[in-house]
Design a protein around this ligand. Structure first.
Ligand code: SF4
Length: 215
């Protein structure tokens, strides 16, 4: 019996500016995988919760190559849930100049992200409604090139994130720790002020693509 070609279910592919990591500002080819195991209160990609279109990994790699863009990102939904994710990640990593970024919600085993790819791992705050789902073992699975992101919905969220950064010295576990204001819930200027007052070794991250009117 022959093995079927590797495939994944996707919501969409598109080219935009990367806006949510230290790679922010660069043109990026995105593939959004379908399905998510969380239901964050502020989710702006709920369409990715639905079943998507099944696509062969080889075809997605061809599409990435044809885009002419160096940076690639697998996002979701939660991409690590899909059985075809490791094959897709390895193929995209090997296909282009890269790097390959993988956005993940912190509730799946980070070891699924292959070596050579960069995980951008959310740590969900209490304001998301999903903070209990965080797999704390992922803190020990981070690699030096990975990044951590907190989406902040309130002052309480910021204080919660600050306590975790200090307790676990998160800035020593990865390349960067980022805090982003949840759209419509916290002003960027307010979060910037909290950050400055806290003296935390983390970065303010704004959704750059949204600021310039891109998806
Ligand atoms: S993990 Fe992401 S896709 Fe899933 S519910 Fe939360 S914000 Fe939405």
């Amino acid at each position: 019996m022959t093995t079927p070609p590797a495939s994944v279910e996707i919501s969409e592919t598109f080219v935009s500016l990367q806006g949510e990591s230290t790679h922010s500002g660069q043109p990026c080819w995105f593939v959004r995988l379908s399905g998510c195991n969380l239901r964050c209160r502020y989710c702006d990609t709920a369409r990715a919760w639905e079943r998507g279109e099944r696509r062969a990994v080889a075809g997605l790699v061809d599409e990435y190559r044809a885009s002419g863009v160096a940076l690639a990102e697998i996002t979701g939904g939660e991409p690590l849930l899909q059985p075809g994710f490791p094959a897709l990640a390895a193929a995209l990593r090997d296909a282009g100049p890269g790097p390959l970024l993988v956005e993940t919600n912190g509730a799946c085993d980070l070891r699924l992200v292959p070596a050579g790819a960069i995980a951008i791992m959310d740590i969900k705050t209490p304001g998301s409604g999903e903070s209990e789902r965080f797999d704390r073992e992922n803190l020990r699975r981070l690699r030096a090139t990975d990044e951590i992101k907190f989406v902040i919905t309130s002052r309480e969220d910021f204080d919660w994130a600050a306590a975790l950064v200090r307790a676990e010295r998160l800035e020593t576990r990865c390349a960067a720790v980022l805090v982003s204001p949840a759209a419509g819930l916290v002003e960027a200027a307010e979060l910037a002020r909290w950050l400055l007052e806290s003296r935390l070794p983390v970065r303010l991250n704004l959704q750059l693509h949204r600021l310039v009117g891109l998806a």
